[in-house]
Write a protein of this length. Structure first.
Length: 180
């Protein structure tokens, strides 16, 4: 099991046994959860990008995506595809997702959406995409939102785009949404 799952199960067991939370303040819980979320997200993105690059390299090497881990003061991840960047950065207890396009020696940056962390009454942390209020984990974030950058670049985040949305039954349905 992943470390984030172990922490969640530990919290459930603690509550089931009638023991209070271990004195962790919400900020401590969110800080730990953010670090784990980013670590897992980086591993998933790295695996997906590596495999994607293997598949496109023979036919269209210009579509290859590079991944970089961003450091202090605002940790995060950057995907680079040609002259376009997808930047995921820590902004408090929020993961801010931006698209950056480089055009004639200038960068144009557009906020795509945010993923906010919330502490549940049980002491667990939920991650919610701000633009569509969908709960996400690192794998869903990659598959539902970030993966389309590999296919379409910055165009995937243009206004009036068509995206796949999850409904309550877990089935995919097509819907048109405005960029956040």
């Amino acid at each position: 099991m992943k470390h984030s799952e172990l922490l969640w199960i530990q919290n459930m067991a603690r509550l089931a046994c009638g023991r209070p939370m271990q004195g962790n303040q919400p900020t401590e819980i969110l800080s730990q959860s953010f670090a784990l979320f980013l670590e897992e997200l980086t591993a998933i993105l790295h695996a997906h990008v590596t495999y994607f690059n293997d598949l496109v390299m023979q036919e269209r090497p210009e579509l290859a995506v590079r991944i970089f881990k961003l450091g202090v003061p605002r940790s995060g991840i950057m995907l680079l595809r040609g002259k376009e960047k997808l930047v995921l950065q820590n902004d408090g207890f929020r993961l801010r997702v931006r698209i950056v396009q480089i055009q004639t020696y200038q960068e144009q940056s557009v906020d795509a959406f945010d993923v906010d962390a919330f502490v549940n009454p049980d002491g667990g942390v939920s991650w919610v995409a701000s633009h569509d209020k969908q709960r996400v984990n690192p794998l869903l974030l990659v598959q539902e939102y970030l993966g389309r950058f590999m296919t379409h670049g910055a165009q995937a985040f243009a206004r009036g785009r068509t995206t796949t949305a999850r409904n309550g039954a877990g089935l995919a349905q097509e819907s048109t949404v405005s960029a956040p």
